[in-house]
Each structure stands twice: as C-alpha cells, then as structure tokens.
Design a protein around this ligand. Structure first.
Ligand code: FES
Length: 148
C-alpha cells in the first residue's frame, strides 16, 4: 500500500485526500457519466453553463484514487472557462496538472477528458446546440441514456 502511494505525486495525493468540487448540481445544465469497462470505475460531471461559460462544476466518482484526483483537478481546470476552453482540456492537461500519473493509471485521466465531453454533449443536446470540436456519443461509446 505504501509502495503504491509513493508512485503518486503530492498533487495527486492532495486532490485525492481533499477533493475539490465534489458533489452534484441540482438541475445541472449538463451531466456526463462515463466509465471504464476494464476497471469498472465511473465518473460523473455536472456543469452549470451561463453565456457559454462554465459557472460551476461538480463531480461524483466511484473509482480509484487517481480517478478521484483526475476528477477533482478537472473541475479546477474547467471552472470559469468557456466551452471552447473546456474542450481543450485533454487528458494530457489533466496529467500535467496532476504532475503525472503512473502508467497503469493514465486511463483515469482519459476518463476525466471523456467526462467533460459527455457533460457538454448533454448540455448541447438539452439546448439543441451544435458545439464545434465536441465528440459524438458514439465516439465516446455512450448512449444518450448514459449521459445522466
Ligand atoms: Fe480505472 Fe482509475 S483504475 S479509472
């Protein structure tokens, strides 16, 4: 266990032990739920969007410490950002912000990138918007019913 903890950066451990923006937003403008079939972890992101800007974001993650840390740092990376800026938050940005993850935990940061996309797909769908650069549910391997 201690060996495993040593593989994480101080930033990862801090986000895992003190997650930012954990919880949910009632009547959120966009909700995205994604999961990793191999490990079974699930990440859900809630967005409040006003005038094309993410005013508030919360997350609920059922998963490993790296998934919790990835979710937490992602909320910090996209809060207050425009939709276009949020779409530029890739898993590489999440990894950078965390100071890296062990190789076998990289997919946890990919889940965070996919959660942003899924929440924005839901937002676009609810508001009948087309957002340039946004993935399709098929590309993410999710169904409309999975978004919430
Ligand atoms: Fe799968 Fe972390 S081990 S998301």
């Amino acid at each position: 266990m201690i060996q495993m903890v040593r593989r994480y950066t101080k930033i990862v451990l801090d986000h895992f032990l003190n997650p930012r923006n954990m919880g949910e937003i009632e009547d959120a403008d966009g909700i995205g739920t994604v999961g990793d079939a191999k490990c079974g972890d699930i990440m859900r992101l809630y967005l409040d969007v006003e005038d094309g800007r993410i005013q508030d974001v919360k997350f609920k993650t059922f998963g490993c410490g790296a998934a919790v840390a990835s979710s937490s740092v992602t909320t910090e990376l996209i809060k207050g950002k425009t939709i276009e800026e949020a779409l530029r938050v890739t898993n590489k940005k999440v990894l950078e912000a965390l100071g890296g993850l062990p190789d076998n935990k990289i997919h946890c940061s990919v889940l965070a990138e996919e959660a942003i996309q899924a929440a924005l797909i839901d937002y676009a769908w609810k508001n009948k918007l087309k957002i340039k650069g946004l993935a399709t549910p098929e590309e993410l391997g999710i169904e409309r019913s999975d978004l919430q």
